[in-house]
Design a protein around this ligand. Structure first.
Ligand SMILES: Cc1cc2nc3c(=O)[nH]c(=O)nc-3n(C[C@H](O)[C@H](O)[C@H](O)COP(=O)(O)OP(=O)(O)OC[C@H]3O[C@@H](n4cnc5c(N)ncnc54)[C@H](O)[C@@H]3O)c2cc1C
Length: 508
Protein backbone atom coordinates (compact mmCIF):
# COMPACT_ATOMS: atom_id res chain seq x y z
CA UNK A 1 0.00 0.00 0.00
CA UNK A 2 1.40 3.44 -0.84
CA UNK A 3 1.17 6.54 1.35
CA UNK A 4 -1.82 7.98 -0.53
CA UNK A 5 -3.82 4.75 -0.15
CA UNK A 6 -3.02 4.54 3.56
CA UNK A 7 -4.01 8.18 4.00
CA UNK A 8 -7.37 7.50 2.36
CA UNK A 9 -8.04 4.88 5.05
CA UNK A 10 -7.48 7.45 7.76
CA UNK A 11 -4.05 6.24 8.75
CA UNK A 12 -1.36 8.23 10.48
CA UNK A 13 1.55 8.16 8.04
CA UNK A 14 3.54 11.24 9.00
CA UNK A 15 5.36 11.11 12.31
CA UNK A 16 7.49 13.99 13.55
CA UNK A 17 9.84 13.47 16.49
CA UNK A 18 11.09 16.64 18.14
CA UNK A 19 14.42 16.00 19.89
CA UNK A 20 17.44 13.86 19.20
CA UNK A 21 18.61 12.74 22.63
CA UNK A 22 18.31 9.17 23.87
CA UNK A 23 14.50 9.43 23.79
CA UNK A 24 14.33 10.83 20.27
CA UNK A 25 16.68 8.33 18.70
CA UNK A 26 15.27 5.34 20.59
CA UNK A 27 11.81 6.34 19.35
CA UNK A 28 13.05 6.89 15.80
CA UNK A 29 14.89 3.55 15.71
CA UNK A 30 11.93 1.60 17.10
CA UNK A 31 9.35 3.24 14.84
CA UNK A 32 11.61 2.72 11.83
CA UNK A 33 11.61 -0.96 12.70
CA UNK A 34 7.85 -1.38 13.21
CA UNK A 35 6.29 1.06 10.73
CA UNK A 36 6.04 0.49 6.99
CA UNK A 37 7.54 2.31 3.99
CA UNK A 38 4.19 4.09 3.74
CA UNK A 39 5.11 6.01 6.91
CA UNK A 40 7.51 8.92 6.96
CA UNK A 41 9.45 9.56 10.14
CA UNK A 42 11.28 12.84 10.55
CA UNK A 43 13.35 13.86 13.56
CA UNK A 44 14.14 17.48 14.32
CA UNK A 45 17.06 18.26 16.59
CA UNK A 46 19.30 21.15 17.34
CA UNK A 47 23.03 20.66 17.76
CA UNK A 48 23.15 24.13 19.28
CA UNK A 49 20.79 23.14 22.11
CA UNK A 50 22.39 19.71 22.55
CA UNK A 51 21.22 16.86 24.77
CA UNK A 52 21.19 16.34 28.53
CA UNK A 53 24.32 14.20 28.06
CA UNK A 54 23.79 11.85 31.02
CA UNK A 55 21.83 8.61 31.37
CA UNK A 56 24.29 5.78 31.13
CA UNK A 57 22.98 3.02 33.41
CA UNK A 58 20.08 0.75 32.51
CA UNK A 59 18.02 -2.18 33.79
CA UNK A 60 17.68 -5.62 32.14
CA UNK A 61 14.61 -4.78 30.02
CA UNK A 62 16.92 -2.78 27.71
CA UNK A 63 17.98 -6.11 26.28
CA UNK A 64 14.47 -6.64 24.95
CA UNK A 65 14.63 -3.28 23.21
CA UNK A 66 17.96 -4.12 21.59
CA UNK A 67 16.70 -7.56 20.60
CA UNK A 68 13.59 -6.04 19.02
CA UNK A 69 15.94 -3.96 16.85
CA UNK A 70 18.07 -7.06 16.09
CA UNK A 71 21.18 -5.37 17.51
CA UNK A 72 24.21 -7.55 18.05
CA UNK A 73 25.18 -7.30 21.72
CA UNK A 74 28.94 -7.36 21.26
CA UNK A 75 28.79 -4.78 18.50
CA UNK A 76 26.53 -2.59 20.62
CA UNK A 77 28.85 -2.74 23.67
CA UNK A 78 31.93 -2.09 21.53
CA UNK A 79 30.34 0.89 19.77
CA UNK A 80 29.09 2.51 22.96
CA UNK A 81 32.27 1.64 24.95
CA UNK A 82 29.87 -0.01 27.34
CA UNK A 83 30.07 -2.52 30.14
CA UNK A 84 27.70 -4.96 31.85
CA UNK A 85 25.57 -4.38 34.91
CA UNK A 86 24.34 -7.05 37.32
CA UNK A 87 22.86 -4.66 39.88
CA UNK A 88 23.49 -1.59 42.00
CA UNK A 89 25.55 -1.31 45.16
CA UNK A 90 24.09 1.05 47.73
CA UNK A 91 26.69 2.40 50.14
CA UNK A 92 25.80 4.28 53.37
CA UNK A 93 22.05 4.24 52.68
CA UNK A 94 20.54 2.31 55.60
CA UNK A 95 23.34 3.27 57.95
CA UNK A 96 26.78 4.89 57.54
CA UNK A 97 29.46 2.27 56.93
CA UNK A 98 27.09 -0.35 55.49
CA UNK A 99 26.47 -1.43 51.93
CA UNK A 100 24.09 -3.77 50.16
CA UNK A 101 23.51 -4.81 46.57
CA UNK A 102 20.25 -4.71 44.68
CA UNK A 103 21.04 -7.48 42.21
CA UNK A 104 18.82 -8.13 39.21
CA UNK A 105 17.16 -11.51 38.93
CA UNK A 106 16.28 -14.20 41.42
CA UNK A 107 17.08 -14.77 45.06
CA UNK A 108 17.70 -18.45 45.76
CA UNK A 109 15.38 -21.12 44.44
CA UNK A 110 11.70 -21.05 45.45
CA UNK A 111 10.53 -24.05 47.45
CA UNK A 112 6.94 -25.24 47.27
CA UNK A 113 4.55 -22.32 46.93
CA UNK A 114 6.67 -19.80 48.78
CA UNK A 115 9.51 -17.57 47.66
CA UNK A 116 12.99 -18.52 48.82
CA UNK A 117 13.40 -15.37 50.92
CA UNK A 118 10.60 -16.51 53.25
CA UNK A 119 12.68 -19.55 54.26
CA UNK A 120 15.73 -17.33 54.54
CA UNK A 121 13.79 -14.99 56.87
CA UNK A 122 12.86 -17.84 59.18
CA UNK A 123 16.47 -19.02 59.35
CA UNK A 124 17.70 -15.47 59.84
CA UNK A 125 15.37 -15.00 62.77
CA UNK A 126 16.74 -18.26 64.18
CA UNK A 127 20.31 -16.94 63.66
CA UNK A 128 21.07 -19.67 61.12
CA UNK A 129 21.07 -17.92 57.72
CA UNK A 130 24.05 -16.73 55.69
CA UNK A 131 24.13 -13.24 54.16
CA UNK A 132 21.42 -12.65 51.54
CA UNK A 133 24.18 -11.96 48.95
CA UNK A 134 25.23 -15.60 49.05
CA UNK A 135 21.89 -16.79 47.66
CA UNK A 136 21.78 -14.62 44.54
CA UNK A 137 24.11 -15.34 41.65
CA UNK A 138 23.89 -11.73 40.49
CA UNK A 139 24.84 -10.28 43.84
CA UNK A 140 27.61 -12.73 44.60
CA UNK A 141 29.07 -12.17 41.12
CA UNK A 142 29.05 -8.41 41.82
CA UNK A 143 30.98 -8.98 45.05
CA UNK A 144 33.65 -10.84 43.03
CA UNK A 145 33.64 -8.54 39.94
CA UNK A 146 32.59 -11.43 37.73
CA UNK A 147 30.35 -11.47 34.70
CA UNK A 148 29.03 -13.68 31.96
CA UNK A 149 25.66 -13.78 30.20
CA UNK A 150 23.11 -16.41 31.25
CA UNK A 151 23.81 -19.99 30.14
CA UNK A 152 20.42 -20.78 28.67
CA UNK A 153 21.75 -24.21 27.69
CA UNK A 154 21.95 -25.06 31.43
CA UNK A 155 18.33 -24.51 32.53
CA UNK A 156 18.81 -26.12 35.96
CA UNK A 157 21.89 -24.14 36.92
CA UNK A 158 21.96 -20.69 38.60
CA UNK A 159 24.09 -19.72 35.59
CA UNK A 160 20.83 -19.71 33.61
CA UNK A 161 19.44 -17.09 36.00
CA UNK A 162 22.02 -14.34 35.43
CA UNK A 163 20.08 -11.16 34.65
CA UNK A 164 21.93 -8.14 33.37
CA UNK A 165 21.74 -4.72 31.83
CA UNK A 166 24.32 -2.30 30.40
CA UNK A 167 26.30 0.82 31.14
CA UNK A 168 27.08 2.87 28.03
CA UNK A 169 28.22 6.26 26.83
CA UNK A 170 25.00 8.24 26.32
CA UNK A 171 26.37 10.25 23.37
CA UNK A 172 27.66 7.15 21.60
CA UNK A 173 24.34 5.35 22.22
CA UNK A 174 22.33 8.15 20.57
CA UNK A 175 24.77 8.16 17.61
CA UNK A 176 24.53 4.38 17.30
CA UNK A 177 20.73 4.50 17.18
CA UNK A 178 20.85 7.43 14.77
CA UNK A 179 22.88 5.38 12.29
CA UNK A 180 20.37 2.55 12.69
CA UNK A 181 17.35 4.82 12.19
CA UNK A 182 18.76 6.77 9.26
CA UNK A 183 19.69 3.53 7.51
CA UNK A 184 16.00 2.59 7.76
CA UNK A 185 14.66 5.79 6.27
CA UNK A 186 14.32 8.21 9.20
CA UNK A 187 15.11 11.73 8.04
CA UNK A 188 16.99 13.97 10.44
CA UNK A 189 16.38 17.70 10.22
CA UNK A 190 18.91 19.94 11.92
CA UNK A 191 17.50 23.16 13.33
CA UNK A 192 15.86 24.90 16.24
CA UNK A 193 12.08 24.88 16.51
CA UNK A 194 11.07 28.53 16.69
CA UNK A 195 7.28 28.22 16.64
CA UNK A 196 4.50 25.68 16.61
CA UNK A 197 1.36 25.81 14.45
CA UNK A 198 -1.89 24.48 15.97
CA UNK A 199 -5.25 23.70 14.38
CA UNK A 200 -7.68 26.45 15.32
CA UNK A 201 -10.61 24.13 16.08
CA UNK A 202 -9.03 21.73 18.58
CA UNK A 203 -5.43 22.77 19.25
CA UNK A 204 -3.94 19.72 17.54
CA UNK A 205 -0.46 20.43 16.24
CA UNK A 206 -0.12 20.88 12.49
CA UNK A 207 3.56 21.70 12.14
CA UNK A 208 6.70 22.91 13.83
CA UNK A 209 8.52 25.78 12.18
CA UNK A 210 12.28 26.05 12.43
CA UNK A 211 14.37 29.20 12.80
CA UNK A 212 15.39 28.71 9.16
CA UNK A 213 11.72 29.07 8.20
CA UNK A 214 11.41 25.39 7.27
CA UNK A 215 7.98 24.01 8.16
CA UNK A 216 7.81 20.39 9.29
CA UNK A 217 4.21 19.18 9.18
CA UNK A 218 2.91 15.91 10.56
CA UNK A 219 -0.06 14.01 11.96
CA UNK A 220 1.53 12.51 15.08
CA UNK A 221 4.15 14.44 17.06
CA UNK A 222 6.44 12.77 19.57
CA UNK A 223 7.83 15.29 22.03
CA UNK A 224 11.36 14.19 22.94
CA UNK A 225 12.58 17.73 23.55
CA UNK A 226 13.80 17.05 27.08
CA UNK A 227 12.91 18.90 30.28
CA UNK A 228 11.51 21.89 28.36
CA UNK A 229 8.62 19.81 26.92
CA UNK A 230 8.42 22.03 23.88
CA UNK A 231 5.13 20.62 22.57
CA UNK A 232 3.53 18.88 25.56
CA UNK A 233 4.06 21.80 27.97
CA UNK A 234 5.22 24.98 26.29
CA UNK A 235 2.61 24.60 23.53
CA UNK A 236 -0.21 22.48 24.97
CA UNK A 237 0.15 23.59 28.65
CA UNK A 238 -0.57 20.06 29.84
CA UNK A 239 0.51 20.64 33.44
CA UNK A 240 2.97 18.86 35.74
CA UNK A 241 2.61 16.94 38.99
CA UNK A 242 5.51 17.84 41.28
CA UNK A 243 6.82 15.14 43.66
CA UNK A 244 9.62 17.18 45.22
CA UNK A 245 8.01 16.82 48.67
CA UNK A 246 8.73 13.05 48.49
CA UNK A 247 11.89 13.09 46.41
CA UNK A 248 13.57 16.37 47.41
CA UNK A 249 16.68 16.05 45.23
CA UNK A 250 16.31 18.67 42.50
CA UNK A 251 19.82 19.11 41.12
CA UNK A 252 22.80 17.13 40.00
CA UNK A 253 26.35 17.82 39.07
CA UNK A 254 27.94 15.33 36.67
CA UNK A 255 31.56 14.73 35.73
CA UNK A 256 33.56 12.05 33.94
CA UNK A 257 36.90 10.81 35.24
CA UNK A 258 39.68 8.39 34.38
CA UNK A 259 39.15 4.77 35.42
CA UNK A 260 41.48 3.87 38.26
CA UNK A 261 39.52 1.22 40.15
CA UNK A 262 38.28 -2.12 38.84
CA UNK A 263 35.70 -2.47 36.07
CA UNK A 264 32.87 -3.46 38.38
CA UNK A 265 29.83 -5.18 36.82
CA UNK A 266 27.49 -2.86 38.74
CA UNK A 267 26.62 0.77 39.31
CA UNK A 268 27.52 2.22 42.71
CA UNK A 269 25.34 4.68 44.56
CA UNK A 270 26.94 6.24 47.63
CA UNK A 271 24.68 8.20 49.95
CA UNK A 272 26.15 11.60 50.84
CA UNK A 273 25.22 14.46 53.14
CA UNK A 274 22.29 15.71 51.04
CA UNK A 275 21.75 13.14 48.32
CA UNK A 276 23.90 10.53 46.64
CA UNK A 277 26.75 10.01 44.20
CA UNK A 278 26.70 7.65 41.23
CA UNK A 279 29.62 5.75 39.72
CA UNK A 280 29.10 4.18 36.30
CA UNK A 281 32.14 2.30 34.97
CA UNK A 282 32.60 2.30 31.18
CA UNK A 283 35.49 0.85 29.20
CA UNK A 284 37.21 4.20 28.59
CA UNK A 285 36.14 6.28 31.60
CA UNK A 286 33.89 6.45 34.64
CA UNK A 287 30.70 8.52 34.80
CA UNK A 288 30.04 10.22 38.16
CA UNK A 289 27.48 12.57 39.54
CA UNK A 290 26.11 13.95 42.78
CA UNK A 291 22.30 14.13 42.89
CA UNK A 292 21.37 16.54 45.69
CA UNK A 293 18.72 18.64 47.35
CA UNK A 294 19.40 22.33 46.83
CA UNK A 295 17.49 23.06 50.04
CA UNK A 296 20.18 21.16 51.98
CA UNK A 297 23.48 21.80 50.18
CA UNK A 298 24.79 24.44 47.77
CA UNK A 299 25.89 23.61 44.26
CA UNK A 300 29.47 24.65 45.11
CA UNK A 301 29.60 22.31 48.10
CA UNK A 302 28.05 19.45 46.12
CA UNK A 303 30.57 19.96 43.31
CA UNK A 304 33.47 20.03 45.77
CA UNK A 305 32.23 16.83 47.42
CA UNK A 306 31.90 15.12 44.04
CA UNK A 307 35.38 16.14 42.90
CA UNK A 308 36.87 15.03 46.23
CA UNK A 309 35.35 11.60 45.77
CA UNK A 310 36.49 10.66 42.25
CA UNK A 311 38.71 7.64 41.74
CA UNK A 312 40.74 9.34 38.98
CA UNK A 313 41.44 12.70 37.35
CA UNK A 314 38.34 14.51 36.04
CA UNK A 315 38.46 14.62 32.22
CA UNK A 316 35.73 17.23 31.67
CA UNK A 317 34.42 20.18 33.66
CA UNK A 318 31.64 19.37 36.15
CA UNK A 319 28.22 20.01 34.61
CA UNK A 320 25.28 21.23 36.73
CA UNK A 321 21.74 20.02 35.96
CA UNK A 322 18.41 21.08 37.39
CA UNK A 323 15.17 19.12 37.45
CA UNK A 324 11.78 18.88 39.08
CA UNK A 325 10.82 15.34 40.02
CA UNK A 326 7.35 14.43 38.81
CA UNK A 327 5.29 13.65 35.74
CA UNK A 328 3.08 15.34 33.19
CA UNK A 329 -0.64 15.40 33.96
CA UNK A 330 -1.06 13.68 30.60
CA UNK A 331 1.67 11.86 28.71
CA UNK A 332 -0.41 11.91 25.53
CA UNK A 333 -2.34 15.11 24.84
CA UNK A 334 -4.17 15.67 21.52
CA UNK A 335 -1.73 14.48 18.82
CA UNK A 336 1.38 14.83 21.00
CA UNK A 337 2.97 11.93 22.88
CA UNK A 338 5.72 12.95 25.32
CA UNK A 339 8.58 10.49 25.72
CA UNK A 340 11.74 10.83 27.80
CA UNK A 341 12.44 13.84 29.98
CA UNK A 342 9.58 15.71 28.28
CA UNK A 343 7.17 13.27 29.95
CA UNK A 344 8.50 13.57 33.50
CA UNK A 345 11.55 12.72 35.54
CA UNK A 346 12.54 10.65 38.52
CA UNK A 347 16.13 10.69 39.67
CA UNK A 348 18.39 7.93 38.33
CA UNK A 349 18.65 6.00 41.63
CA UNK A 350 17.37 2.79 40.02
CA UNK A 351 18.24 3.72 36.41
CA UNK A 352 14.61 3.83 35.35
CA UNK A 353 14.44 6.74 32.86
CA UNK A 354 15.69 4.91 29.80
CA UNK A 355 13.37 2.06 30.68
CA UNK A 356 10.46 4.52 30.82
CA UNK A 357 11.41 5.66 27.32
CA UNK A 358 11.41 2.07 26.14
CA UNK A 359 8.06 1.23 27.70
CA UNK A 360 6.48 4.44 26.38
CA UNK A 361 7.63 3.44 22.89
CA UNK A 362 6.14 -0.04 23.35
CA UNK A 363 2.90 1.55 24.54
CA UNK A 364 2.85 3.99 21.63
CA UNK A 365 3.23 1.07 19.28
CA UNK A 366 0.39 -0.79 21.03
CA UNK A 367 -1.87 2.29 20.86
CA UNK A 368 -0.65 3.61 17.51
CA UNK A 369 -3.51 5.89 16.43
CA UNK A 370 -5.73 6.25 13.43
CA UNK A 371 -5.85 9.72 11.92
CA UNK A 372 -8.99 10.43 13.96
CA UNK A 373 -7.21 9.86 17.33
CA UNK A 374 -9.62 7.89 19.55
CA UNK A 375 -9.82 9.38 23.03
CA UNK A 376 -10.27 5.91 24.56
CA UNK A 377 -6.84 4.90 23.22
CA UNK A 378 -5.26 8.06 24.57
CA UNK A 379 -6.90 7.63 28.01
CA UNK A 380 -5.70 4.05 28.27
CA UNK A 381 -2.17 5.04 27.27
CA UNK A 382 -2.18 7.73 29.95
CA UNK A 383 -3.62 5.43 32.64
CA UNK A 384 -0.89 2.82 32.10
CA UNK A 385 1.83 5.47 32.08
CA UNK A 386 0.49 6.94 35.32
CA UNK A 387 0.60 3.62 37.17
CA UNK A 388 4.08 2.88 35.89
CA UNK A 389 5.42 6.23 37.11
CA UNK A 390 3.65 6.01 40.49
CA UNK A 391 4.99 2.55 41.35
CA UNK A 392 8.57 3.50 40.45
CA UNK A 393 8.16 6.68 42.51
CA UNK A 394 7.26 4.56 45.58
CA UNK A 395 10.27 2.32 45.10
CA UNK A 396 12.59 5.33 44.95
CA UNK A 397 11.05 6.96 48.03
CA UNK A 398 11.62 3.70 49.92
CA UNK A 399 15.40 4.11 49.55
CA UNK A 400 15.29 7.46 51.34
CA UNK A 401 12.60 6.83 53.89
CA UNK A 402 13.65 3.40 55.18
CA UNK A 403 16.89 4.53 56.75
CA UNK A 404 18.36 4.82 60.21
CA UNK A 405 20.46 7.81 59.19
CA UNK A 406 19.95 10.88 61.34
CA UNK A 407 23.32 12.54 60.85
CA UNK A 408 22.23 15.44 58.59
CA UNK A 409 19.09 17.59 58.16
CA UNK A 410 18.52 15.97 54.74
CA UNK A 411 18.42 12.42 56.14
CA UNK A 412 16.30 13.52 59.08
CA UNK A 413 13.84 15.06 56.67
CA UNK A 414 13.44 12.03 54.40
CA UNK A 415 13.42 9.54 57.28
CA UNK A 416 10.59 11.32 59.07
CA UNK A 417 8.49 12.60 56.14
CA UNK A 418 5.05 11.25 55.21
CA UNK A 419 5.12 8.80 52.31
CA UNK A 420 2.40 7.86 49.79
CA UNK A 421 -0.25 5.53 51.21
CA UNK A 422 0.60 2.91 48.56
CA UNK A 423 4.18 2.75 49.87
CA UNK A 424 3.17 2.84 53.54
CA UNK A 425 0.97 -0.25 52.95
CA UNK A 426 3.82 -2.10 51.27
CA UNK A 427 6.22 -1.27 54.09
CA UNK A 428 3.74 -2.31 56.81
CA UNK A 429 3.06 -5.58 55.03
CA UNK A 430 6.76 -6.38 54.81
CA UNK A 431 7.39 -5.44 58.44
CA UNK A 432 4.71 -7.84 59.66
CA UNK A 433 5.62 -11.15 57.99
CA UNK A 434 7.99 -10.26 55.17
CA UNK A 435 5.29 -10.51 52.53
CA UNK A 436 5.67 -8.60 49.29
CA UNK A 437 3.07 -8.43 46.56
CA UNK A 438 3.79 -6.96 43.16
CA UNK A 439 1.07 -4.46 42.19
CA UNK A 440 -0.20 -5.53 38.79
CA UNK A 441 2.35 -4.78 36.10
CA UNK A 442 4.68 -2.69 38.29
CA UNK A 443 8.27 -2.65 37.11
CA UNK A 444 10.10 -3.92 40.18
CA UNK A 445 9.38 -7.48 41.26
CA UNK A 446 9.49 -9.02 44.75
CA UNK A 447 13.27 -9.73 44.84
CA UNK A 448 13.98 -6.05 44.16
CA UNK A 449 11.70 -4.84 46.95
CA UNK A 450 13.08 -7.51 49.28
CA UNK A 451 16.71 -6.55 48.71
CA UNK A 452 16.11 -2.85 49.14
CA UNK A 453 13.81 -3.19 52.17
CA UNK A 454 16.20 -5.54 53.89
CA UNK A 455 19.25 -3.58 52.76
CA UNK A 456 17.72 -0.42 54.22
CA UNK A 457 17.45 -2.23 57.56
CA UNK A 458 13.75 -3.08 57.60
CA UNK A 459 13.36 -6.27 59.64
CA UNK A 460 10.06 -8.22 59.52
CA UNK A 461 8.65 -9.33 62.86
CA UNK A 462 7.68 -12.75 61.53
CA UNK A 463 7.65 -14.88 58.41
CA UNK A 464 5.07 -16.74 56.34
CA UNK A 465 3.56 -19.46 58.57
CA UNK A 466 3.55 -22.05 55.80
CA UNK A 467 7.35 -22.06 55.88
CA UNK A 468 6.93 -24.31 58.93
CA UNK A 469 5.61 -27.07 56.68
CA UNK A 470 9.30 -27.99 56.43
CA UNK A 471 11.50 -28.76 59.41
CA UNK A 472 14.34 -26.43 60.24
CA UNK A 473 16.84 -29.17 59.36
CA UNK A 474 15.29 -29.65 55.92
CA UNK A 475 15.32 -25.88 55.24
CA UNK A 476 18.93 -25.60 56.44
CA UNK A 477 19.98 -28.42 54.14
CA UNK A 478 18.10 -26.90 51.19
CA UNK A 479 19.60 -23.46 51.75
CA UNK A 480 23.13 -24.82 52.15
CA UNK A 481 22.74 -26.61 48.85
CA UNK A 482 21.51 -23.46 47.05
CA UNK A 483 24.35 -21.41 48.55
CA UNK A 484 26.96 -24.01 47.64
CA UNK A 485 25.84 -24.30 44.03
CA UNK A 486 25.73 -20.50 43.56
CA UNK A 487 29.20 -20.15 45.11
CA UNK A 488 30.64 -22.75 42.73
CA UNK A 489 28.97 -21.13 39.72
CA UNK A 490 30.47 -17.72 40.54
CA UNK A 491 33.93 -19.29 40.73
CA UNK A 492 33.70 -20.48 37.12
CA UNK A 493 32.62 -17.07 35.79
CA UNK A 494 35.30 -14.87 34.17
CA UNK A 495 35.95 -11.44 35.62
CA UNK A 496 33.98 -8.63 34.02
CA UNK A 497 37.18 -7.20 32.51
CA UNK A 498 38.18 -10.60 31.09
CA UNK A 499 34.75 -11.12 29.55
CA UNK A 500 34.84 -7.71 27.84
CA UNK A 501 38.42 -8.17 26.63
CA UNK A 502 37.42 -11.47 25.06
CA UNK A 503 34.13 -10.48 23.42
CA UNK A 504 33.51 -6.77 22.98
CA UNK A 505 36.49 -4.57 23.82
CA UNK A 506 36.18 -1.12 22.26
CA UNK A 507 39.15 0.29 20.36
CA UNK A 508 40.75 2.93 22.61
C1 LIG B 1 21.45 13.76 36.46
C2 LIG B 1 20.80 12.74 35.58
C3 LIG B 1 21.28 11.44 35.53
C4 LIG B 1 20.63 10.46 34.76
N1 LIG B 1 21.07 9.17 34.77
C5 LIG B 1 20.35 8.21 34.15
C6 LIG B 1 20.71 6.85 34.19
O1 LIG B 1 21.74 6.47 34.74
N2 LIG B 1 19.91 5.94 33.59
C7 LIG B 1 18.77 6.32 32.94
O2 LIG B 1 18.03 5.45 32.46
N3 LIG B 1 18.46 7.60 32.81
C8 LIG B 1 19.19 8.55 33.40
N4 LIG B 1 18.84 9.86 33.27
C9 LIG B 1 17.77 10.23 32.38
C10 LIG B 1 18.31 10.22 30.94
O3 LIG B 1 19.41 11.11 30.84
C11 LIG B 1 17.22 10.65 29.97
O4 LIG B 1 16.07 9.88 30.19
C12 LIG B 1 17.67 10.44 28.55
O5 LIG B 1 18.92 11.00 28.31
C13 LIG B 1 16.66 11.00 27.60
O6 LIG B 1 16.73 12.38 27.50
P1 LIG B 1 15.83 13.06 26.39
O7 LIG B 1 16.19 12.49 25.09
O8 LIG B 1 14.42 12.98 26.83
O9 LIG B 1 16.25 14.60 26.49
P2 LIG B 1 17.57 15.36 25.97
O10 LIG B 1 18.79 14.52 26.01
O11 LIG B 1 17.58 16.64 26.74
O12 LIG B 1 17.27 15.68 24.45
C14 LIG B 1 16.41 16.71 24.05
C15 LIG B 1 16.54 16.92 22.56
O13 LIG B 1 15.59 17.89 22.17
C16 LIG B 1 16.22 18.83 21.32
N5 LIG B 1 15.52 20.11 21.40
C17 LIG B 1 15.09 20.75 22.50
N6 LIG B 1 14.53 21.92 22.17
C18 LIG B 1 14.57 22.00 20.83
C19 LIG B 1 14.17 22.98 19.88
N7 LIG B 1 13.59 24.13 20.24
N8 LIG B 1 14.40 22.73 18.58
C20 LIG B 1 15.00 21.58 18.16
N9 LIG B 1 15.41 20.64 19.02
C21 LIG B 1 15.20 20.84 20.34
C22 LIG B 1 17.65 18.88 21.83
O14 LIG B 1 18.53 19.39 20.86
C23 LIG B 1 17.89 17.41 22.11
O15 LIG B 1 18.27 16.76 20.92
C24 LIG B 1 19.51 10.84 34.00
C25 LIG B 1 19.08 12.16 33.99
C26 LIG B 1 19.70 13.11 34.77
C27 LIG B 1 19.20 14.53 34.76
Amino acid sequence: MNAAAAEALGRVTEVVIVGGGTAGWMTAAALAKVLTPAHTIRLVESDEIGTVGVGEATIPMIKLFNQALDLDENDFIRETKGSFKLGIEFVNWGRLGESYIHGFGKIGQDLGLLPFYQYWLKMLQAGKAGPLDDYSINTLACRHDRFMPARTDRPNSPLADIAYAYHFDAGLYARYLRRYAEARGVRRIEGKVASVEQRAEDGFIDAVVLESGERVAGQLFVDCSGFRGLLIEQTLKTGYIDWTHWLPCDRAVAVQCESKASLTPYTRSTAREAGWQWRIPLQHRVGNGYVFSSAHISEDEATATLLRNLEGQAIVDPRPLRFVTGKRKKFWNRNVVAIGLASGFMEPLESTSIHLIQSAIARLTAFFPHAGFDQADIDEFNAHSDVEFDRIRDFLILHYHATERDDTPFWNHVRTMDVPESLRRKMDLFLSNGRIFRDGSELFAEPSWMQVMFGQRMRPRGYHPLVDVYTEEKIAEYMANVRGVIGKCVQVMPTHAEYIARTCAAPM
